[in-house]
Ligand binder design. Structure first.
Ligand SMILES: Cc1cc2nc3c(=O)[nH]c(=O)nc-3n(C[C@H](O)[C@H](O)[C@H](O)COP(=O)(O)OP(=O)(O)OC[C@H]3O[C@@H](n4cnc5c(N)ncnc54)[C@H](O)[C@@H]3O)c2cc1C
Length: 459
């Protein structure tokens, strides 16, 4: 008997983590999928770049154990996270004597691991520990829900968080998770991230995961192999300039190919431009929401030293004090992740607009001086070479009560995916992260599949 299912043809535009996740999900469900990526390398804002004859990432990334969809798809794509990712317990560790704190969650069941870490934390006074305990108890009581959104600063003030906690724990966490300064960041989204990591019933959800492989190799390249193995096509260096809806409900791309449905998985800026070209008033709301999003930059400064240079830990938090030209917020020892990168340090600056204005030379030198000072290692003031990569539109600014488009664009057969999209449930709103991108890709693919099935059902 012939298979009654007709194979649907889907296009996914954009080969970042959202597009790769969408293409994999469609291929897994047995659909014919073509993934278009404008760049030669897959991965979008989390991708491999080559500088100084070294394979780097466009920005140092950190994942969380709570990134369940990302980890699921990495495995589905045939990759072994245990081999490709360094898993560390939740921690906020500053170099000794740098005026920071030392907080490491032990391998105990949740939430005991946090209580124990707090008890043992160095650099925090009793008042700081009590304030932190009160905060986490209150969040549990509130079931991690905030009915009226406000800024993270207002939330911390409401729960009497101390200056030390704000400076050493909450501000760096907020910047790392939301890439938006606490004075402008959404408390609701911040609480969602805390709920899924600190507040999770599984201790592993709060683990910090640092990729050892380059970001494209970790997932997008493997996703492309999976799509090809399932009969799909992946086209790199293939920018889609226009899409057009046809009278029969299908879509045509500017290369002349026809598809039953299209998932636009680009950044919000690029998606708004593509959707405007469709010239359909039903898209106006999504386009308006995309255009209203503002962006924040992230800079990563790579500093190469002699191969013998090694830090005591794979990564440290750094006291961020722009008034003293101390711009770095975290430093990673790439040599502990990949033996081929011995002596390479990566320093991250989130919400880096002002820092990036200093220019490459002065900023890299200021960071080298900061490292030498914070780690008490004068030799770090003189790297062999530095590379500064600033992604000006790294993420959307995650401000309170943000209105974000969903996966449905408003026009049948045209779906949206990307870290900027959001579902109906505000408890699931995530900042612009890899996990948000992957979840959106999977959700858009499922909606696309269901939409076409429903459309084909007899009335
Ligand atoms: C420096 C930096 C550090 C970050 N750190 C972290 C972190 O530590 N942890 C974390 O979870 N997240 C982090 N993020 C955020 C994370 O990288 C992003 O949220 C995620 O990669 C976004 O994926 P995406 O697929 O939604 O969009 P994108 O990555 O922007 O993918 C869109 C893709 O579409 C392609 N494209 C655009 N237009 C077209 C077209 N017309 N035709 C074909 N292709 C097109 C683009 O080339 C791009 O590859 C960081 C981001 C940056 C920039």
């Amino acid at each position: 008997m012939a298979d009654s299912r007709v194979k649907q043809r889907y296009a996914v535009i954009g080969g970042g983590w959202a597009g790769c996740a969408a293409a994999m999900e469609l291929a897994r469900a047995g659909h014919a999928v073509t993934l278009y990526e404008a760049a030669r390398t897959l991965g979008g804002r989390a991708r491999r770049v080559e500088r100084e004859n070294t394979v780097l990432d466009n920005g140092q990334h950190i994942l969380l154990g709570a990134y369940t969809e990302t980890l699921r798809l990495i495995r589905l794509a045939g990759q072994d996270p245990a081999e490709l990712i360094l898993t560390l317990p939740l921690q906020m560790r500053y170099p000794a004597a740098s005026g920071g704190m030392d907080f490491v969650a032990p391998r105990l069941p949740a939430p005991l691991h946090l209580a124990w870490a707090l008890l043992r934390a160095k650099g925090l006074r009793r008042a700081d520990k009590l304030a932190l305990m009160r905060f986490s108890t209150a969040m549990r009581w509130m079931d991690w829900q905030l009915h009226n959104d406000c800024t993270v600063s207002a939330l911390l003030q409401r729960f009497d968080q101390t200056d030390t906690l704000n400076r050493l724990m909450w501000h760096p966490l907020c910047l790392a998770a939301l890439n938006t300064p606490p004075g402008r960041a959404s408390a609701r989204v911040f609480i969602n991230v805390l709920r899924d990591s600190l507040g999770a019933r599984r201790r592993r959800a709060s683990d910090m995961l640092i990729p050892k492989a380059d970001l494209s190799a970790l997932f997008p390249d493997a996703a492309a192999r999976y799509v090809a193995q399932h009969g799909g096509q992946v086209k790199t260096g293939a920018k889609v300039a226009a899409l057009q809806s046809l009278a029969d409900g299908r879509w045509q791309l500017d290369d002349g190919e026809h598809f039953d449905a299209v998932i636009v998985a680009t950044s919000s800026v690029q998606a708004a431009a593509l959707l405007q070209g469709v010239a359909d008033a039903r898209l106006n709301q999504s386009i308006g929401q995309m255009q209203a999003l503002t962006t924040e930059a992230i800079s990563t400064c790579y500093l190469q030293y002699a191969a013998s240079v090694r830090l005591d830990l794979p990564f440290y938090a750094l006291v961020d004090a722009p008034e003293q030209q101390h711009w770095g917020q975290f430093v990673f020892d790439r040599g502990q992740l990949d033996t081929g990168q011995a002596g390479l340090l990566a320093v991250v600056i989130s919400a880096s607009g002002t820092a990036a204005e200093q220019g490459h030379g002065p900023l890299a030198q200021a960071i080298a001086t900061q490292l030498a000072h914070a780690l008490r290692r004068p030799e770090l003031a003189q790297p062999l070479w530095t590379q500064l990569i600033t992604e000006k539109r790294a993420t959307f600014a995650c401000t309170p009560d943000l209105l974000r488009p969903g996966n449905a664009s408003g026009v049948p057969g045209l779906l949206l995916a990307g870290d900027y999209t959001a579902g109906d449930d505000r408890r699931q709103d995530y900042p612009a992260t890899i996990e948000a991108a992957v979840r959106s890709g999977v959700a858009a693919a499922r909606a696309a599949g269901e939409g076409r099935q429903a459309a084909r059902q007899p009335q």
